[in-house]
Design a protein around this ligand. Structure first.
Ligand SMILES: Cc1cc2nc3c(=O)[nH]c(=O)nc-3n(C[C@H](O)[C@H](O)[C@H](O)COP(=O)(O)OP(=O)(O)OC[C@H]3O[C@@H](n4cnc5c(N)ncnc54)[C@H](O)[C@@H]3O)c2cc1C
Length: 376
């Protein structure tokens, strides 16, 4: 690795890779440093794989803007490059009159955000679309879909490398020091050897460790509101051939503070069905699934999906949301900014990139590229 680079990105999840694909080229030396053996081993491979349409997020927020833009960009990328995807559509199902009122609010919010084709349907139409789903009404989102997220990461990695970027795995960033014209970055290799180099611009895409990286650069994350709260989301697979009984993604009406979107039904590209994710604040990163939660999953799913039987559910996998919103707190937006006002010009932080981070990834890459362009 050369000892001077123009742009260094910490973290090779979908966001770091999408960013590298956007900023590489123009004779810039660009490095992506990843602590794991391979890219995309953390949150970017532990999610629902849904291309969201942009319904839930506060109008004007980065989450709303980047999700809607990312939705459009992802379908374009998939069409052009043959990445596996399906625009299945999604139904948010109300099971009471009170929830039906919430559907109207969600529709208006989604419409303001630019989500396409949202429509409220009554029970009769719901039954026509999904005979096996129970509800009094639903919000149909036709532009919601699913994507092969690993193929997407391969795509971003290939675009970045074609433009000259280097993706270096087993390189853990352990030190950041502000020097004249950039940053001295210290990297631990294979958990023992260390080396340092300087970079003009440093982009923090470290997912669940983004607050630790911000601290290494000297930011007080508690004071700045950058401290992460981990919110675990577990999934249970649904067997017994039940996957053939729904055609779309089926979601409940979310609870008001949006800690998660509620346990929902997702289908993958092979047609497998799973339920999840739940949302539970945890102190550490542990991807095991607590089989004692099976009853909670079963009870919440059967309200909309009466065909599901207790025996159909098996613990599958879990992911962890890097949330800025602590328990009981209000919804927080993505933080994506150059930290010049904290005395750290050219240090670009991406903090709290939870859902819809996968959907937003190509739009986040563009957003960071615009910040970089203004600096270089
Ligand atoms: C349960 C769940 C369901 C979700 N469902 C969806 C969905 O359906 N649709 C959607 O749009 N979004 C979804 N998301 C959100 C989406 O998965 C994330 O926003 C996205 O994957 C974040 O990508 P990332 O690159 O920021 O983080 P990550 O994938 O976590 O990548 C960060 C990388 O940084 C590396 N790193 C950390 N520290 C260092 C260091 N010191 N040195 C070097 N490397 C380091 C890590 O090893 C990691 O590879 C979901 C998330 C969860 C948890």
């Amino acid at each position: 690795m050369s000892f001077k680079s123009d742009i260094t990105i910490i973290g090779a999840g979908v966001v770091g890779l999408a960013t590298a694909a956007q900023v590489a080229g123009r004779n810039r030396s660009v490095y992506v440093l990843e602590k794991n053996e391979r890219f995309g081993q953390e949150t970017s491979s532990r999610h629902s794989g849904v291309i969201h349409s942009g319904i839930y997020y506060p109008p004007g927020s980065l989450k709303a803007k980047l999700c809607v833009e990312g939705n459009r960009l992802l379908y374009e990328i998939c069409e052009k490059s043959g990445i596996g995807h399906r625009k299945l559509g999604k139904l948010i199902v109300a099971i009471s009159d009170e929830e039906t009122e919430q559907l109207q609010e969600l529709k208006e919010r989604g419409h303001r955000n630019g989500a396409e084709g949202l429509k409220i349907i009554a029970r009769r139409e719901l039954k026509k679309l999904e005979a096996n789903v129970e509800g009094v009404a639903a919000l149909l989102s036709p532009s919601t879909g699913i994507i092969d997220s690993h193929a997407l990461m391969e795509y971003f990695a290939a675009r970045a490398k074609e433009s000259g970027a280097e993706i270096a795995c087993r390189k853990k960033v352990v030190g950041i020091e502000k020097v004249s014209h950039g940053y001295k970055v210290t990297v631990e290799e294979d958990e023992k050897d260390k080396f340092s180099f300087t970079t003009r611009i440093l982009v923090n895409c470290a997912g669940l460790q983004c607050d630790e990286i911000a601290e290494l650069a000297g930011i007080n994350t508690v004071k700045e509101g950058y401290k992460l709260h981990y919110s675990k989301g577990e999934y249970f697979s649904v067997g017994g051939g039940k996957n053939r009984l729904v055609k779309r993604l089926i979601y409940p009406v979310p609870e008001t503070k949006f800690t998660g979107l509620g346990v929902h039904v997702t289908l993958d590209l092979e047609g497998r069905m799973r339920l999840g994710p739940n949302a539970e604040y945890v102190d550490s990163i542990d991807y095991s699934v607590d089989s004692r939660h099976k009853d909670e999953f079963y009870q919440s799913a059967r309200r909309m999906l009466p065909f599901i039987e207790y025996e159909d559910l098996e613990p599958e996998m879990a992911g962890i949301r890097p949330k800025l919103q602590g328990p009981g707190e209000d919804v927080r937006d993505f933080v994506i900014r150059d930290e010049t006002d904290k005395g750290l010009p050219g240090f670009i932080n991406l903090i709290g990139i939870e859902s819809p981070g996968l959907t937003s990834s190509p739009a986040i890459g563009r957003y960071v590229a615009a910040i970089v362009k203004a600096i270089l």
